[in-house]
Structures are given as structure tokens and as C-alpha cells.
Design a protein around this ligand. Structure first.
Ligand code: F3S
Length: 428
């Protein structure tokens, strides 16, 4: 890989030990991937995941946050002092809600660890957004901007809907990227790799957010990590629909970039979407495929619903408005818990507008910073859950052990109010 003089100087330690370690990691990473050079970047979305269940026992024994970051975010092999980050960097999702951690089953020890991590992020200049959807609250890259982002639902969103350029990075590559402002030039940074590989012909209605989750789940599972081009969508989908589609495709198969002809920015036409490629395959999405995908995501048998989870990926303001309207003047069942997840600035707007009050008066909770699948947080004694997110319907059964119903937002609110699942593919 060819390095600039500035990059060589950082690698030689002229900018301190932490940046030297970061550059060393990125050079090794780039060389392993066959990258020709490093790209200069200024937008990183990553995390310091030490509060998550799989790391917290180790993290609780660490002597300092520098030790944790050196190990997890730099793979440094020694503890180095972490300086201020060089780029605009935002922190992704956390492992708890700072105000509701007790009802989430988080211990005081883990709460304290999470707060220490947050203070550390502030110290090194990471912007603590604590959301899996930073593009909803102030970190919005532009078309063509090279970034280094983690979180599969966010990666597929900024690649596909915005036309920014990132691969699905990890904690070590984003930790290093934010310290030196570089990322290897490979994968979806390279124009040739962004052209479509497979055609998805849509031959049924794709209207609701649930429909968009089903479509994404369908092609994600079949196409895995290639680049699907969707044909046959006439009505322009809004942000929540595209968010659900990408999140589902990324969880079912690892899709990091998709195109919709006539809608997403790199696919004004069929020809532009495929560029020099000929489609390697064509798959058809009709009524039969839609129903089969729906049945795959509805693993539950028991109609009684104990837990309804909304906000995967984190809800935007419009989605919370919709929920508040559905809940206004109602009470949720005393046998059901309804948790709705968003980012803190969106909740602040909801507090001001009055949506939080409506939600709380109905007996539900509007939560921030985390989600059940990532934080492994849950109400006690849940057996059967319901969600409007294909991504969560995919992850909840294996990670949290709940049988899960998947449906529209309206069906989920009905389940929270009645305590029963009355949903179906075509009944609202
Ligand atoms: Fe976000 Fe958690 Fe879903 S991180 S995308 S709400 S699984």
C-alpha cells in the first residue's frame, strides 16, 4: 500500500504512540484486503463496546478506559494514552437507558461502567449520540463522502439511501480511523464495487413499513453480501420504510448496499445501477415470496403477548408521532410491557411536543440510547414478544429467547393494548 509522507510520519510515531498504533492497524488491515492506499476521511461512527454483555466482565477488571480502548479499539497489545480524536466521530448505541436502567435489569456495577465509558468518550472528543441511526440526529454524510461506519443498519442506509461510501467496519478499524482520519480504500469505497450484481423484480404491493421489512429480508437472505437492484417500485418510500428495508436486508444476509431503480441516488436508471455489470441472477418477489417471508419471521405460536418492542432501528420523530396518535386516550394491557426506543435528542423533542406524556399515560415507556438486542435488556418473565421490525424479529428469538410476532406498527400497538396478537399479513 502506498502511504503519504504524513501517514509514514504517523506510522513512525511522530504523532504519538496511540496514533502510531492506529496507523499500524489500518496499514495491516488495508494490506490484508489488498487496498492500494488509505483514504482521508472525516466521518466515523463507532463505539466503545465495553459495557455490552460479552465484554463487561473483562472491562470491569480493566485498570483504565485507556486500557479498554487500547485493547478493543486499537488492538494495541499495550496500554497507550488515548488523545482527542481527529475526525468528526459519533458514538453508536449504548448498553442501557440512563434513566430506565433499573427496570432493564442492568446492575449498579454495569451502570457505573457504562457511565465511565460515556465520560471517556466525551474526554476523547467522540460525540455521544448513542444511537444506531446517527443519520437521524445530526451525523448525515453527503453523497460520495468516504466514511468509516459500523452498525449494519446504518451502513446500508448511508450507502444506499444517501450514496455515502463506507464498508461495514468494526470497533478496531473505527477506533483507529477516528484517531488518524484514514480508512483503507477497498470494498464500497471503490466505484466499480458499487454497481448492482443481482436484479430483484418486484411483482406485488410494497406499501407499509412491514412490507418494506419483508422485501429487504427476502432479498437479503437470497443475495447475502452482493448488491441487489430492486425494480418495480413506483411510489417513493420514506425514511422509515427505507430504514426498515436496509436493516432487514443487512440482518438476513449482510447486504451493505442496495439500489432501487428510479429512487436511490446511484440508480436513476437500470443502466446506471448496473454500470458495466450484467446481472448475475434475477429473483422475483411476488405474493408467494411475500407470504413465505412473513411466515418465516413469525415464529410465535402463543397469542398472548407479554412484550412489545418498537424502535429498531431507533425510531425517528414521525414514527413516535404515529405511535402517540395510536395510543392517545388508551391504556396498554396490564399483562404487557411496551418499550419504544429512540435517540435522546428525539426524545427531548417528544418531551416538548407532548408525545412522551401520551406514551407514558398509556403505560408505555419511551427509552433512549439502547435496544433489547444489543443491550440484552428486557422486562422480567417475557415469553412472547411482538415487533414491527424485521431485524428485531430476526434477532430476538436467538439472542433473547422470545417467541416473536412481526407485523405493522398498528398491529403491535393493538397487541400492547389488548395483550393479544391479532395481526396478519393483510389485516392492517
Ligand atoms: Fe438498532 Fe438495536 Fe435494531 S442497535 S438496528 S435497535 S437491533
Amino acid at each position: 500500500m502506498v502511504l503519504t509522507d504524513e501517514e509514514k510520519a504517523i506510522l513512525d510515531g511522530k504523532s504519538g504512540r496511540a496514533r502510531q498504533k492506529a496507523m499500524d492497524l489500518l496499514v495491516r488491515y488495508g494490506e490484508a484486503l489488498g487496498a492500494d492506499r488509505l483514504l482521508e476521511i472525516n466521518n466515523v461512527a463507532g463505539g466503545v463496546p465495553a459495557g455490552l454483555p460479552f465484554l463487561k466482565e473483562w472491562a470491569l477488571k480493566a485498570k483504565s478506559m485507556d486500557e479498554i480502548f487500547s485493547e478493543i479499539n486499537l488492538d494495541a497489545g499495550e496500554t497507550v494514552e488515548i488523545p482527542k480524536v481527529k475526525t468528526f466521530a459519533s458514538r453508536l448505541i449504548n448498553a442501557m437507558d440512563p434513566d430506565h436502567w433499573q427496570i432493564m435489569g442492568v446492575t449498579p456495577e454495569t451502570h457505573e461502567l457504562n457511565m465511565k465509558i460515556e465520560w471517556f468518550c466525551n474526554r476523547i472528543g467522540m460525540n455521544v449520540l448513542n444511537t444506531c441511526a446517527p443519520y437521524q440526529i445530526g451525523n448525515v454524510p453527503v453523497k460520495g463522502e468516504h466514511c468509516a461506519w459500523m452498525e449494519s443498519s446504518a451502513v446500508v442506509y448511508i450507502n444506499s439511501v444517501i450514496g455515502a461510501r463506507t464498508n461495514c467496519e468494526g470497533h478496531a478499524s473505527t477506533g483507529s480511523a477516528m484517531l488518524v482520519g484514514r480508512i483503507p480504500n477497498w470494498g464500497y469505497h471503490v466505484t466499480e464495487n458499487r454497481y448492482g450484481t443481482h436484479l430483484v423484480k418486484v411483482g406485488c404491493s410494497v406499501e407499509s413499513e412491514m412490507d418494506w421489512g419483508l422485501l429487504g429480508y427476502f432479498f437479503g437472505e437470497l443475495i447475502q453480501d452482493k448488491v441487489p437492484v430492486v425494480q418495480g417500485i413506483e411510489k417513493i418510500p420514506d425514511l422509515p420504510r427505507l430504514k426498515h428495508c436496509g436493516a432487514a436486508a443487512a440482518s438476513a444476509g449482510g447486504v451493505e448496499l442496495y439500489h432501487i431503480i428510479g429512487i436511490t441516488p446511484e440508480a436513476p436508471t437500470y443502466e446506471a445501477a448496473f454500470g458495466p455489470n450484467k446481472p448475475k441472477g434475477t429473483i422475483v418477489y411476488g405474493e408467494k415470496e411475500k407470504r413465505e417471508t412473513y411466515e418465516k419471521l413469525n415464529s410465535a405460536k402463543e397469542k398472548t403477548v407479554d412484550f412489545v418492542m418498537l424502535g429498531c432501528p431507533h425510531y425517528n420523530l414521525e414514527q413516535i408521532m404515529k405511535v402517540a396518535r395510536l395510543l392517545e386516550g388508551k391504556r396498554i394491557s396490564q399483562n404487557t410491557v411496551l418499550w419504544i426506543f429512540t435517540a435522546k435528542p428525539i426524545k427531548a423533542a417528544c418531551d416538548r411536543i407532548g408525545y412522551t406524556e401520551i406514551i407514558e399515560n398509556a403505560g408505555a415507556k419511551l427509552m433512549v440510547d439502547t435496544c433489547p438486542a444489543i443491550g440484552k435488556v428486557r422486562p422480567d418473565g417475557v415469553k412472547t414478544a411482538a415487533t414491527d421490525a424485521a431485524k428485531h424479529a430476526h434477532y430476538m428469538p436467538p439472542t433473547l429467547g422470545f417467541d416473536t410476532w412481526f407485523g405493522t406498527t398498528e398491529q403491535c400497538i393493538d397487541a400492547a393494548v389488548t395483550g393479544k396478537w391479532n395481526g396478519g399479513l393483510y389485516n392492517g
